[in-house]
Design a protein around this ligand. Sequence first.
Ligand code: HGY
Ligand code: MN
Ligand code: MN
Length: 422
Amino acid sequence: MSNAAQLLVSMLDELGHITDEPGRLSRTFLSPAMQRANRLVGDCMRAAGLKVRVDAVGNLIGRLASANPKAKTLLLGSHLDTVRDAGRFDGPPGVLLPIVALAELKRRGVHLPFHVEVLGFSEEEGVRFASAYLGSKGYCGKLTAKDLAMCDADGVSVSEAIQRWNGLTPGHSSKRVGVNALHLKAAHSKSNLLGYIEVHIEQGPVLEAKKLAVGVVSAIAGQSRFKLTWTGKAGHAGTTPMALRRDALAGVAEFISGVEAIARRMPGLVATVGTLTVSPGAANVIPGSVVHTLDVRHADDRRRRQGLMAIGRLATRIAGRRKLSRAWQRTQENGAVACSPSLTAWLEQSVKAVQGKSLSLVSGAGHDGVVMSALTPVAMLLVRCRDGLSHHPDEYASPKDLAVALAVVTDFLERLAKDQRG
Ligand code: HGY
Ligand code: MN
Ligand code: MN
């Protein structure tokens, strides 16, 4: 394996130990572990000759300027935050691999005729706050007032978290100090960008089944996320007859198995209840209320909406029969995003040059490319991961496959440079 690939693997290992929760890997938006991750990856960027900065929402940005000040900029990146009890390959390869590729080109004496920015987004998973993509949204100037007002489990809003990150006093009276003073505007205008390339593990089983190390993405599935609150009536577990109960948790249990049945019936639809909180939460009290999340995805937006309608009807039936009230809060809505055919064709040439053949697949996982597609054309390189497993500590991408992905990105940069030189 090349020195460059060995460097990439060792950097991923080191980053994989930076966590907010000893004993398992968790890094959430603007947390102390994210500070430490930015410091480590920032040092890797500087060692590769990139100029490093951190923006107002905690994104780590390494810039390699070309000799031509009027040149356009190519963006490569992914996220440095993780889910809870995560694997160490979901996000970081998309940040570290481009850094190593640029260092390799520098070692070979290759000067790129375009600027390059490597982006380590501060938040993609939507763990601390219900809505995902806060990092890339901040980078693209797309954070909304609704995003900024969202609160975490401790009641801290996105806006307050950002102000604290920037050493400002949340809730300061003068306008001058508010989040708008941080100028959360787009880092670039569309016209000066060449495109955005994201390298990411597949998080699915297709490349492994096809015995391929890497593939390209045709489209990123659309997703809807909700917070649902069901309210019944708490009561004594021993004295309340079953026929008189309004048990919120029993209703949600019926709802969750109904959601699963709907998703099993509709090809390509996936639906997940990932978090659930029961109140008041005692063994001898009938649950009065339940709050849970719902994540629904499909590559085809029309089918996803059909799935959501069926799930909505199911909720209405259950709530009516069990005399429960329920409230839906939509916390995220992203339509399916098609990757740029032309930029993907460029990437595909490098995949074929390195791997001999390519494969194009739909990504069921969401990625920062969804947000970046509003700013510039997007292409994605997926890397095989063992058993298609992700969002799990056993998530694994082999050094061999990472070396293939590194060779593809290095070849892509050289190919694009030749084309830009004319
Ligand atoms: O949830 C996703 O699809 C991504 O891993 N954030
Ligand atoms: Mn990811
Ligand atoms: Mn993820």
